[in-house]
Design a protein around this ligand. Structure first.
Ligand code: GAR
Length: 200
C-alpha cells in the first residue's frame, strides 16, 4: 500500500474543517496522517479536536514586538520538523510571508469561503451575504488554492464550487451551507492531490 501522505494543518479557530479531515482519515477515505495541528491562538477549539484524535498539537503565538518574518521563520522550522507532504491552511487567519512559504513550494493549500478574487480576508461569508442583499451578486462559493506568495486568499486555483443564494435565507443558514460545502470539497481536493502525487 502507498505510504500515507503527511499533513500538517494550520488553524486559528473552531477547526470544523480539520474535523472533516480527521474524519476522512479515520474512515480511510483519505490516505493521510495528520502529523501535527499548529495554531496561532491558544484557545482555538481546533486544538481540542486534534487532541481528542490523538494528534500532536503546537501553539505558536506571534509576540507583539516580534518581526513578522521572524515569526514565519520559526513557524517554518516547526512545520518542517513534522516533514509534511502538504501544509493545509484550514481556517488559518494569518498572512504568511516568503519567510514561511519559500520552505514549502507548491505544498501549501488554503481554503477560503468565497470564489476567486472575491471577499479576500476575514468575514468573507458575511460580506458575500451582505453583497447579495444589496443585489450585487446572485451566488458566492468556496475555493481551495495553492499559496505561492503573500497574496491574500489568492493563488493558483485547485478547486472551486459555486453556492447560489436562496432568497430569504438567514446568514446562519447560508453559513452552514458554506461550511458543509467546504468540508466536502476540502477533503475531496486533498484526496485528489494525494492520489496525483502517488501516481508521479
Ligand atoms: C472556514 O470557513 C475557512 O474557509 C475560513 O475560516 C473558516 C474556518 O472554519 N478561512 C478564511 O476565511 C481564510 N481567509 P473552521 O475553523 O471551522 O474550519
Amino acid at each position: 500500500m502507498t505510504p500515507r501522505a503527511r499533513l500538517v494543518v494550520l488553524v486559528s479557530g473552531s477547526g470544523s474543517n480539520l474535523q472533516a479531515i480527521l474524519n476522512a482519515v479515520a474512515e480511510q477515505r483519505l490516505n493521510a496522517e495528520v502529523t501535527a495541528v499548529i495554531s496561532n491562538k491558544a484557545d482555538a477549539f481546533a486544538l481540542q479536536r486534534a487532541q481528542k484524535a490523538g494528534i500532536n498539537t503546537q501553539v505558536l503565538i506571534k509576540k507583539k514586538d516580534q518581526d513578522r518574518r521572524e515569526y514565519d521563520a520559526l513557524l517554518a522550522e516547526l512545520v518542517s520538523s513534522y516533514h509534511p507532504d502538504w501544509v493545509v491552511l484550514a481556517g488559518w487567519m494569518r498572512l504568511l510571508s516568503a519567510a514561511f512559504l519559500d520552505h514549502f513550494p507548491l505544498q501549501v493549500v488554503n481554503l477560503h469561503p468565497a470564489l476567486p478574487g472575491t471577499f479576500p480576508g476575514v468575514h468573507a461569508i458575511q460580506r458575500a451575504y451582505d453583497a447579495h442583499n444589496q443585489g450585487l451578486i446572485q451566488h458566492s462559493g468556496i475555493m481551495v488554492h495553492f499559496v505561492p506568495d503573500e497574496g491574500v486568499d489568492d493563488g493558483p486555483l485547485i478547486r472551486q464550487e459555486i453556492i447560489p443564494f436562496i432568497d430569504g435565507e438567514s446568514v446562519e443558514a447560508f453559513e452552514e451551507r458554506v461550511h458543509k460545502t467546504e468540508h466536502r470539497v476540502l477533503v475531496d481536493t486533498l484526496i485528489n492531490l494525494i492520489q496525483e502525487k502517488e501516481r508521479i
